[in-house]
Design a protein around this ligand. Structure first.
Ligand SMILES: Cc1cc2nc3c(=O)[nH]c(=O)nc-3n(C[C@H](O)[C@H](O)[C@H](O)COP(=O)(O)OP(=O)(O)OC[C@H]3O[C@@H](n4cnc5c(N)ncnc54)[C@H](O)[C@@H]3O)c2cc1C
Length: 455
């Protein structure tokens, strides 16, 4: 079924990134028609890891809109007030709200935009098609729907990172953390032995949650490093979440960007908050006092092989010490991969670009490395022969390599980034490309963006 309208803005994904975009479009007075397509049946925010007691890692005032407009009706504070919970929340004197509370806030905002979102639609292909009005984007979904649009904003989040050794074993007993809660609900059995792979915040939260489950007999944490490490929460390091940092980072040569990202990696990756580390260390100490092996730490270790249905358990893991090279075996009923998300770049685990860009890849401006050249306003220049208006493609939350560490995984930058994108969307070039063959890429704006992106 084709939705014959040509939308001014088509958003793919309706998580926090494109939700913030919807808020900004409304608040900055966008008058064009916009539509969002979301895979989930209803609004959700990382539902699969909505673990009891987990809090957010972000000052809740840096919400979808407050850094731009303190008077916005969509602030976290307004949400609390609208639920009659503001005083209770303030009384709690907590630094970070529970993830459950913040998910409630995001859902409350999303409800205000229900009319602009088609839920239960998984975008499967993006292409450029010729219509009577000229070239426009076509977005196809898994259920056979098609949407046409002049500007597309991809806000899908990144793909889960599945290390190669697990790729043939994924299923009901080997799964990524993004499927944690639903997979655990489906598991049957008692005294389960569960391996959690990774040293991230998600990994430690899952280990703690598993230890609270009566059907779990033993949890083994397998990680390459020395054990769960502390996140870099220095206010100086956290400057990466400031809009000024993006201005500093964006024009740097790619080697400098890689160096900064490596140096500041523990802001976001393979590192955990103090509270969960303290909690786990104390739980571990208590098990040791009781002589219990319910929690095992396999550190400086990586899984070298997975053999299904071995040793009476569902999966036999061959684990290698990363320094000595010695091998040991662990039989696990369940293996949970808290192994993070794939970056965009040239690394062995990286994706060159989001899979949805495959159908338009030959029209995108590429940089010297063959990767999409993203401009400061998060757009990727698109070649077009003619159309109602120049085609524009934006990446909302997929630009860590070009825009810095705040981009991929932080709520803190949402409002600044969506403001940049909407301001750019509103900058229409004077020239509308026509059927006379005058290429849209000659439009002043597109030319400027391409120069900037390729610099
Ligand atoms: C468990 C967890 C906790 C986190 N907690 C914090 C935190 O406390 N603070 C913080 O700053 N960051 C946190 N993050 C980082 C997180 O990435 C951001 O908070 C935020 O979710 C990013 O928003 P997003 O919209 O870019 O991506 P997502 O939240 O991943 O949303 C993307 C949306 O796009 C949809 N989608 C994907 N593909 C398609 C498709 N093909 N078609 C249609 N729809 C699609 C998805 O269903 C999803 O709803 C957390 C991440 C995780 C995994």
């Amino acid at each position: 079924m084709t939705d014959q309208q040509i939308y001014s803005v088509l958003g793919v994904g309706f998580g926090p990134a494109n939700l913030s975009l919807a808020v900004t479009l409304e608040e900055l007075g966008w008058t064009g028609r916009s539509r969002f397509v979301e895979r989930a049946g209803d609004f959700q925010w990382q539902d699969e890891q909505l673990i009891a007691g987990a809090d957010i890692q972000n000052n809740p005032f840096r919400d979808l809109t407050m850094p731009r407009d303190t008077g916005s009706r969509y602030t976290f504070v307004n949400y609390l007030a609208s639920q009659g919970r503001l005083t209770d929340y303030l009384h709690l004197n907590t630094k970070f709200p529970l993830r459950r509370e913040y998910a409630g806030y995001l859902r409350w905002v999303a409800d205000a935009f229900r009319g602009s979102v088609d839920y239960g639609q998984s975008a499967t292909r993006l292409s450029v098609v010729d219509t009577a009005a000229g070239e426009v984007f076509r977005l196809e979904t898994g259920s056979g729907r098609e949407y046409l649009g002049e500007k597309v904003v991809i806000g899908t989040g990144r793909s889960p990172r599945i290390p190669a050794v697990f790729q043939g074993s994924l299923g009901s007993s080997v799964f990524h953390a993004t499927r944690y809660l639903s997979s655990m609900r489906r598991l049957k059995g008692r005294d389960l032995k569960v391996a959690v792979v990774g040293g991230s915040q998600s990994a430690i939260e899952i280990v703690l949650d598993l230890l609270n489950r009566p059907d779990v007999g033993q949890v083994v944490s397998v990680q390459r490093g020395i054990g769960f490490r502390l996140k870099d929460t220095s206010p100086y390091s956290r400057r990466v979440f400031l809009p000024e940092f993006i201005d500093y980072f964006y024009p740097l040569p790619s080697e400098a960007k890689q160096r900064i990202r490596a140096e500041l990696r523990s802001i976001n990756y393979a590192a955990c908050d103090q509270d969960v580390i303290d909690r786990l260390a104390s739980v571990q100490h208590e098990y040791e006092l009781m002589g219990s092996d319910r929690l095992r730490m396999m550190t400086f270790s990586e899984v070298a092989e997975v053999t299904p249905h071995a040793g009476g358990a569902v999966n036999r893991l061959t684990v290698r010490d990363v320094h000595h090279g010695t091998l040991s075996a662990y039989d696990a009923d369940v293996v949970i991969l808290a192994t993070g998300f794939r970056d965009f770049g040239l690394g062995p685990d990286d994706e060159h670009y989001h899979p949805l860009l495959e159908g338009v890849a030959d029209r995108l401006a590429l940089n010297d490395y063959g990767l999409p050249a993203v401009a400061r306003d998060y757009s990727v220049p698109v070649k077009q022969s003619y159309g109602p208006r120049p085609l524009r493609l934006y990446l909302n939350g997929l630009c860590e390599a070009s825009h810095g560490m705040g981009d991929a995984g932080a709520l803190a930058v949402l409002s600044a980034r969506s403001t940049d994108i909407v301001e750019s969307l509103m900058l229409e070039p004077d020239a509308v490309p026509g059927r006379d063959g005058r290429p849209a890429a000659d439009g002043l704006l597109t030319e400027r963006l391409r120069d900037e992106a390729l610099r």
